[in-house]
Design a protein around this ligand. Structure first.
Ligand code: ATP
Ligand code: MG
Length: 269
């Protein structure tokens, strides 16, 4: 086993006859800013679920910080420092913004659900406000989540994920539905994260990917097509074909950066 924080070896997940994730090997070092891209249905969200443990692998192993965690439950993996935001939101809509982050902070390793000490409560609240300021929601602490805009909810999801003090943060399409200003803010926030947080991000907005990632993995039909630097990925004809079909390379290189291909095989342009 090499020394990545996250090490995937032959990771496979089938749904009946469909192999959604097919023999993926991947090593993500500590402090990486790693992007996972690929057309719709490539298996990106499924791969995240196999890493967090919200879904079991069909075969293969998931190792985290040198230990095999393949058989560990999702909460057990979370306690070791694996945290994610989901493609589809998991916020508590009827609670306030502040309360959502506070509840996540209480779930982190060492977090206490029952601390009645005013000093600890104050410290916890201060930390929540720091996180909300970082994600640009400082003025919204007391709003109900149900009253937030789509972009604000995505910002809140990042704050919730960070409140767990993750060592590995998995973000599934955090910029989806955000305005350009909101996604620029998100990139700034993620760029400012300390190296102690290793980041793996699934994102269709290639502006976000290339602004952030120092390494990129491309999945296609469940298989790992390529892992390389952003430049290697941009230059790969296999990647261009997977995304766009032949003859559309110029779009990938120079055209609209957001390739939200809403159906497999659908052309962009
Ligand atoms: N629970 C499930 N049961 C059956 N098939 C599933 C299930 N989850 C995912 N799939 C299938 O597995 C494949 C990969 O899906 P996945 O959601 O991982 O793709 P993705 O790369 O995240 O796509 P997108 O970019 O659209 O989010 C798809 O064909 C999908 O229909
Ligand atoms: Mg997905």
């Amino acid at each position: 086993m090499s020394d990545g924080l996250l090490e995937l070896s032959g990771v496979t997940r089938s749904f009946g006859a469909l192999t959604a994730v097919d023999g993926v090997d991947l090593s993500v070092p500590v402090g990486a800013r790693h992007a996972l891209i690929g057309p719709n249905g490539a298996g990106k969200s499924t791969l995240f679920k196999l890493v967090t443990g919200s879904m079991p692998v069909s075969s293969g192993t998931v190792a985290f910080d040198g230990s095999d965690v393949t058989r560990l439950s999702e909460p057990a993996r979370a306690r070791r420092g694996i945290s994610q935001t989901l493609q589809h939101s998991s916020l508590f809509l009827s609670q306030t913004v502040e309360r959502n982050v506070l509840m996540a902070a209480q779930r982190r390793p060492g977090g206490s659900r029952h601390s009645l000490l005013p000093r600890r409560q104050r410290a916890a609240r201060d930390r929540v406000h720091e996180l909300l300021t970082d994600v640009g929601l400082a003025g919204r602490s007391h709003a109900l989540v149900s009253a937030l805009s789509h972009g604000e909810r995505r910002q809140l999801e990042v704050a919730v994920a960070l409140a767990c003090e993750p060592r590995l943060l998995l973000l599934d399409e955090p910029a989806a539905g955000m305005s350009p200003a909101e996604s620029a803010r998100l990139v700034g926030l993620l760029k400012a994260l300390p190296d102690t947080v290793t980041l793996v991000i699934v994102e269709h907005d290639l502006d976000v990917v290339f602004a952030l990632a120092t390494s990129v993995t491309v999945l296609h039909l469940g298989k790992l097509l390529l892992t390389g630097t952003p430049d290697e990925v941009r230059a790969s004809s296999a990647v261009q074909e997977a995304y766009l079909g032949t003859g559309r390379e110029a779009l990938f290189l120079d055209g609209p950066a957001s390739l939200d291909v809403s159906r497999p095989g659908m052309e962009v342009g």
